[in-house]
Design a protein around this ligand. Structure first.
Ligand code: ADE
Length: 312
């Protein structure tokens, strides 16, 4: 029979413990860096520091998307707080099982991690949001999870948590307050806006149609993305506190496609119709580029929260 996730995570811990220098063995916090948001790892000073490619770590999922590398970095964040950072994450759309996608969270649990920050690039559904805005998540909509594509499906592993975990308090209020406070103290340095909002998980890899965007917005979602929620579910199952931040890298198109009726079609040329269909169309390069431009502020925000909490 297949080894339990607990046993696999123990293998991984054994691998890491046998290699990590002792000052890095007990990180206070884990940070999962989303697409284009791995710059935080550069604030980890070179000594002590240890890096492992996902391909070298037992049971870690391999990444396949351009713009995503994959390494686990241990060190002192801003030279002060012992941390472990995931630079790049595995996504469900790559073909990994939902168990593989969330496996690193279970490893963090066995390392003694009590707090995780997750960052991601997301599409903005809330019409108030602009590209480059940052959203502190306060809830999620997990359509796949509701339908049974869920990381806790299968025999419960009691070493991690209970059979029926609550998620009504998943997005830690104290951590969210810390994010807002850290942002307030930096407000003068940026014109960027910080919101609180609801994240809808989609499987991807295609971006949403206009009708799907309208549906998700109607259901109460403010941003949409292809990551983070499975990890949050697994983290909450095992009692880890989580905070999650989305960077709005594109605005989802909420306007319906024009109907091809007489009055519409006969009065417009092909260029005009092409322009209507291209407006706001999502693409991966745009997501990566908006990430680069705004990544700095987002990284400073996470760093400020971590320093406020642990570097006193
Ligand atoms: N990641 C970035 N933008 C996205 C979008 N529009 N939909 C899903 N995931 C995204």
């Amino acid at each position: 029979t297949e080894a339990s996730l607990f046993d696999k995570a123990k293998d991984t811990i054994e691998f890491l413990k046998s290699r990590l220098p002792s000052p890095l063995l007990a990180p206070r916090v884990a940070i999962v860096c989303g697409s284009g948001l791995g710059g935080l790892a550069d604030t980890v000073h070179s000594s002590p520091k240890a890096e492992y490619d996902y391909s070298d770590i037992p049971h870690f999922p391999q990444l396949t998307v351009t713009g995503h590398s994959g390494k686990l970095v241990f060190g002192l964040l801003a030279g002060k707080v012992p941390a472990v950072l995931m630079v790049g994450r595995a996504h469900f759309y790559e073909g990994h099982s939902i168990d593989q996608v969330t496996f690193p969270i279970r490893v963090f649990k066995l390392m003694g991690i009590e707090t995780i920050f997750l960052t991601n690039a997301a599409g903005g559904l809330n019409p108030e949001y602009a590209v480059g805005d940052i959203v502190v998540l306060n809830d999620h909509i997990f359509l796949a999870g509701l339908a049974g594509i869920h990381p806790l499906r299968g025999p419960n592993e009691p070493e991690f948590g209970v059979r029926f975990p609550a998620l009504s308090d998943a997005y830690d209020l104290e951590l969210r307050c810390s994010v807002h406070n850290a942002w307030k103290s930096k407000a003068s340095e940026t014109s960027r806006r910080l919101h609180e909002g609801v994240y809808a998980f989609v499987g991807g890899p295609s971006y949403e149609t206009r009708a799907e965007c309208r549906m998700l917005h109607l259901l109460g979602a403010d941003v949409v993305g292809m990551s983070t929620v499975p990890e949050i579910v697994v983290a909450r199952h095992c009692g880890i506190r989580v905070a999650a931040l989305s960077l709005v890298t594109n605005k989802a198109v909420l306007s319906p496609v024009p109907r091809g009726d007489d009055s519409f079609l006969h009065t417009r040329d092909a260029d005009e119709l092409g322009a209507i269909m291209t407006e706001g169309k999502a693409n991966h390069e745009e997501v990566i580029e908006a990430g680069r431009a705004a990544a700095f502020d987002m990284q400073m925000l996470v760093q400020a929260v971590v320093l406020n909490m642990w570097a006193a």
